[in-house]
Design a protein around this ligand. Structure first.
Ligand code: GAF
Length: 411
């Protein structure tokens, strides 16, 4: 059974009727552009085929019920909440993400109640953006049940998804754009859940399209779908989920974000995005060492995104390996958000033939990606598993990442 069939069946089992619709939203890998989003910079994610599916039906009493079905088929039911009584701090755990989305949508006039059943195959805690996928899938479900759809839905993405699932799609009246829904989902995470994340993950989930990486200029909001055809060059993006998760995830992220804001203030610019490569030396001289290191990462990482986009536009995926590895070194040494497991994954992949590799996401655990030749992938995976075993770490999970469709309604 597909993810969509499973969530539909779980809905019928729980509610005794078919759902009015099923909506999906994917996790992501970020090719490059890490910790640049909250500095008004550039990012380049692509969507994974791994998704969260939400089956739902509207309720007329303003209540939101949530049930999450695990891969073992076990259901976790959250306490029902009344949407017009939601305030930050009233819901905790996984249910805070969907409740936060309902809270934001209510502020924008979309306040209908709903029964939602969720099922995911996005690995959690792996730095692959399962939280944003959850927020985006729930946002689309609640909007769809309220009778609106995002006005800028790229039908190609939807049709791809519908085709994969072989199910028809209902059309709904236009509503907010995909980029707007991404911002609403981010607001739910920032203000309701309390995690000060940037806009990378939600935009990736809402706006990516099959076969492309999404080049996003966070300041202007401008987007470009850049063809990501590594396969034409016999190359793959191998994801190595280290299955490590260190305690610093939230505090470390917030500290770096505050550090960047402080550095921008000391340099009298609105954001570190405003420091050009040519000004970097002079800027660093004005900053205390710790803030200089953060600034060096952000400024050089923005340049690496531009370099990678240039290479991809000219159809040369093999040329991006050096930038990926340079990004990892910068995140490890200057930004200090890597960890022993991520470094081992990256070093081992490169040592066994990868063209480049880097940690992705917020850091302190989670996943790395490696650009590998297809015919070397199995050998590189074996070497990585062996290195983790020798180091006494949990066995990692690996898979090849294929640029996939963004969020949409599938039936
Ligand atoms: C996390 C955040 F959610 C993103 O906004 C981004 O800052 C990323 O870490 C680092 O690039 O995924």
């Amino acid at each position: 059974m597909t993810l969509v069939d499973t969530v539909g069946a779980a809905f019928v089992e729980r509610h005794g009727r078919r759902p009015a619709g099923v909506w999906v939203a994917p996790g992501r890998v970020n090719v490059i552009g890490e910790h640049t989003d909250y500095n008004d910079g550039f990012v380049l994610p692509f969507a994974l085929p791994h998704r969260i599916a939400v089956a739902g039906t509207a309720r007329s009493d303003g209540m939101l019920t949530l049930c999450s079905v695990g891969s073992d088929g076990r259901a976790q039911q959250a306490s029902p909440v009344r949407i017009d009584e939601l305030v930050p701090g009233t819901v905790s755990g996984w249910a805070a993400y969907p409740a936060g989305v309902a809270w934001v949508l209510r502020a924008h006039g979309y306040a209908s109640g709903a029964d939602l059943v969720l099922r995911s195959d996005v690995p959690t805690g792996a730095g692959l953006s399962s939280s944003a996928a959850l927020e985006c899938a729930v946002a689309l479900a609640l909007l769809g049940l309220a009778g609106v759809g995002p006005s800028a839905l790229q039908d190609s993405a939807l049709q791809d998804t519908a085709r994969q699932e072989s199910v028809p799609r209902e059309s709904v009246p236009a509503g907010p754009s995909r980029a707007t829904i991404a911002r609403w989902a981010q607001r739910a995470e920032n203000e309701f859940v309390g995690m000060p994340s940037g806009i990378l993950d939600q935009t990736a989930s809402m706006c990516c399209t099959e076969g492309h990486a999404l080049f996003l200029d966070v300041r202007s909001g401008e987007q470009e779908q850049v063809p990501f055809r590594s396969i034409d060059e016999g190359l793959e993006i191998l994801v190595i989920d280290t299955r490590s998760n260190h305690a610093l995830i939230e505090s470390g992220y917030g500290d770096r974000r505050n550090g960047c804001a402080k550095a921008a203030e000391l340099l009298s610019v609105p954001a570190l995005r405003d420091i050009a490569m040519a000004q970097l030396g002079a800027a660093l001289a004005e900053l205390p060492a710790e803030l200089a290191a953060l600034t060096r990462h952000v400024v050089t990482e923005n340049q690496r995104v531009l370099d990678v986009v240039t290479a991809l536009r000219s159809g040369s995926t093999s040329a991006i390996g050096g930038s990926l590895t340079a990004s990892h070194v910068s995140l490890r040494d200057d930004y200090q958000v890597s960890c022993a497991e991520l470094d081992l994954a990256v070093d081992t992949a490169i040592g066994s033939g990868a063209l480049g590799a880097r940690m992705i996401g917020g850091g302190f655990g989670g996943s790395a990606i490696a650009l590998v030749r297809q015919d070397q992938r199995a050998g590189i995976e074996r070497t990585v598993y062996e290195a983790f075993r020798s180091a006494g770490y949990r066995s990692p999970r690996t898979f090849t990442a294929v640029p996939s469709a963004g969020a949409g309604q599938v039936c």
